[in-house]
Design a protein around this ligand. Structure first.
Ligand code: SF4
Ligand code: SF4
Ligand code: SF4
Length: 321
């Protein structure tokens, strides 16, 4: 799916200053191999003149049909009765939801006696060794060679273990959709987890992620991992600044570069549902317990359900062919 041309033109028309800072960087498709994203906080202006930041709008547009219609009434899960239903709050864009995979945090800081505002795009970091994928009892979450961490929404039961082990609690649940409705609703599962998939499908077709394609200031770019790392380091030196995402959670495919420290930026963030913070150097939660966690989760019951689910999904795909 393409970001609408009208919207694309509107964004560019509205942007008086498109940064030249990346003018020597080719950011056009196709791009292959092990990829990384660089987000330069000195360039992002939050698209404050638009109703919605361009990247957020573009992401919403290409993912607008992602969540299927929600079954009403949503079966009450047992034993925990938590239902998460965002289907009537699709317009929310100032936090992560199953309908909003990217949002912009606004950080007000006093730097050198002056008030400064920074805008920080937040979405999945696409970690190098993602605990969210390791923990998934249904193996519905995978790290791909290009760096993308992708939830197979057709296999996800919405148990939210991925969100629990993610240091930023990124994946968001929509109850009343997904495979669990066809297997053991009320007793196993609670919907589907959604998050940014790095526009995996677009990358496969040689297109840029929509948020990166649309950004009028080229505050976000994607490229070969090594080149992006070198670029981040160069930018950090030029601005005498800081990098986030290189060591956090054991390393990620998303590097932020900023002229102010992430300790300071993090102080402007209050971690709450759908609003991740940015603790510098945050450790990977499952470092020691990886194999054990997986074994414990893989009970015979889970194994049986995985088999049923995979078979059901295969049959459905065959029907759609
Ligand atoms: S990353 Fe680009 S599109 Fe998104 S808010 Fe910043 S300037 Fe706008
Ligand atoms: S940021 Fe969270 S959801 Fe994304 S890959 Fe890392 S652990 Fe998984
Ligand atoms: S990479 Fe794609 S899915 Fe992820 S935030 Fe950007 S537009 Fe949304």
């Amino acid at each position: 799916m393409n970001v609408s041309r009208r919207f694309f033109l509107k964004v560019f028309a509205g942007s008086a200053v498109a940064s030249l800072a990346w003018s020597n960087v080719s950011n056009s498709a196709p791009i292959e191999g092990n990829l990384a994203t660089l987000i330069d906080l000195s360039l992002c202006d939050g698209c404050v003149n638009l109703r919605l930041p361009a990247c957020v709008q573009a992401c919403r547009e290409i993912n607008k049909n992602r969540v299927p219609p929600v079954k009403e009434p949503i079966p009450e899960p047992w034993p925990r009765k938590t239902i998460e239903d965002w289907s009537k709050k699709k317009d929310v864009f100032d936090r992560l939801t199953p309908y909003n995979f990217l949002y912009i945090h606004r950080a007000e800081l006093i730097v050198g006696g002056e008030k400064k505002t920074f805008f920080i795009p937040r979405r999945c970091m696409h970690c190098d060794n993602p605990a969210c994928a390791t923990i998934c009892p249904f193996s519905a979450n995978h790290k791909f060679k290009n760096g993308a961490v992708v939830i197979d929404e057709g296999l996800c039961f919405g148990g939210a273990k991925c969100r629990d082990v993610c240091p930023w609690n990124i994946p968001q649940r929509q109850s009343g959709v997904g495979i669990y409705l066809h297997i053991l609703p009320s007793f196993m599962g609670n919907g589907v987890m959604y998050k940014c998939d790095l526009c995996h499908e677009r990358l496969g077709k040689g297109k840029l992620p929509a948020c990166i394609e649309i950004c009028p200031r080229r505050a976000m770019i994607i490229g070969k991992r090594k080149e992006i790392e070198e670029m981040a380091e160069r930018r950090r030196r030029e601005m005498n600044g800081f990098i986030y995402g290189k060591v956090e959670n054991g390393g990620t495919s998303t590097l932020y570069v900023s002229p102010v420290s992430f300790e300071l930026l993090n102080k402007t963030m209050k971690k709450s549902p759908g609003k991740p913070d940015m603790v510098p150097g945050i450790k990977r939660r499952m470092e020691i317990t990886d194999p054990l966690g997986k074994v414990v989760l893989f009970s015979p019951l889970v194994g049986a359900v995985v088999g049923i689910a995979a078979g059901w999904k295969r049959r459905k795909e065959e029907k759609n062919d």
